[in-house]
Design a protein around this ligand. Sequence first.
Ligand code: DI6
Ligand code: FE
Length: 404
Amino acid sequence: MSRVLWHNARLATLDGEQGWGWIEQGAMLTEGAQILWVGEASQLSPELAEGTLRRHDLGGAVVTPGLIDCHTHLVYGGQRAHEFELRLQGASYEEIARAGGGIRSSVAATREADESLLFKQAARRAKALMDEGVCTLEVKSGYGLSLEAEAKMLRVARRMGSDLGLTVCTTYLGAHALPPEYADRQDDYVQAVCDWLPALQAQGLVDAVDAFCEGIGFTPAQTRLVFEAAKRLGLPVKLHAEQLSDQGGTQLACEFGALSCDHLEYLSTEGIGAMARSGTVAVLLPGAYYFLRETKLPPVHALREAGVPIALATDHNPGTSPVLSPLLMLNMACTLFRLTPEESLRGMTVQAALALGLADRGRLAAGLRADFCVWDVEHPRELAYYFGRNPLLQRVCGGKSSRD
Ligand code: DI6
Ligand code: FE
C-alpha cells in the first residue's frame, strides 16, 4: 500500500489527556486509510519513510484531527423558516409544537419527499459540513415515524456514508415525536417504535438508538421501553435529555450505559453524578441554545469538575438548529458556554469520537484513521476565535484528500 508523507506541518495531535499535543515541526506518515507514524520530523526513521510514494509539503500549516459532528438530524424534507418568523412574533417552540407544527411539520415533508430528493438535499448539507472539516457525521432518523419512512431516512444516511467520502453513523430516533395517526395513543406508538427496531437493525441501518425525553416528547418510562428494545439487540443508546426541563432522563440513560446524553441545559447534580459513574459523554449543542434563545446554561463547570467528557455538535435540524457550520459551534461553545478553545476543539474530535463509540479516530496517533484537517492558521485556538471565516485548506478522510 502506498505511503504518503505529510511534512512541514504544525501538529495539534490532541493526543494525551490535556493540552494541544503540539508538535512544532511535525510530520505524519499515512498508509492507505491509516496513520502509520506521527511526530517530530527529525525523528522519522529512514526505514519507515522508505517506499513513500508521495510527499506533501504543508507549508507550516496547522493540522488537527478531522472534525466529528456527533449529533445531527441532517436528513429531512422541507424547512421551517416560517416557524422562525412565528417565534419572532412571540410564539414559543413548545406552543408551535403543541399546535401541530414543529417536528410534525418536518415529518409530513419528509414522508412526502422521495428518497433521491432527500439524498440530494442531505448531501448538500453534508458537503457544507465537510467544507469546514467534518470527516465523521452522525445522522438521526426521527422525521419519518413509520417503519417505512424511518427506513427511508436511514438508507439516505447510509448512502451518504458510501457516496460522499466521509463516515456516517446512523441513529434510530423513532421516539422523536408522536405521529398524527397515533394521536392520543402514546404508549401504542412507543410499542411500535420498539417493534420496528429489529427489522431496521436487520437491514443494517442502525448503529445506535436515541429518544427525545422531554415534556413535549416522551416520558422516562416510555424511553426505558425503547432502551430495553435496544439492549435486547445489543445496540448502544444515547438520549436527548434535559433540554427544556429536567425529566431525569440522564439517570435513566446512564443505567443503560449510554454513549452520550445531549443538550443538558437542565441537568441536575444527580444527573452529573450518574454520567461520571457510567462514563457517558455530555454532548453540548450551542446552536440550539442560541437559536431558541435559551437562557439556562448547561452546567459546564460542574461537568468539568466531575470529569465528564464534554463533546460538541451542530444538532443540525430544521426546527431548533439550522446551522451548517461546525466552526461556528467551536466559537459559540466558548462565547456562550465558556469552554476554552482547547476544550471546544477536543469536543468536536476526541470527545465526539467517544460519544459515537469510535475508538479509531479523534486524535492524531499511529494506528488511528487518517482523518485530519489542514488549516490556514498560526495556532489551533484560532479555530474557535474567528467566526464567519473558514480557514480550511484541505480535509483528508481515510487518507483521501479533498484536493485530489
Ligand atoms: N433536537 C431535536 O430533536 C429537537 N430539538 C433538538 O435539539 C427538535 C428538532 C425539531 O424541531 O425538528
Ligand atoms: Fe437533536
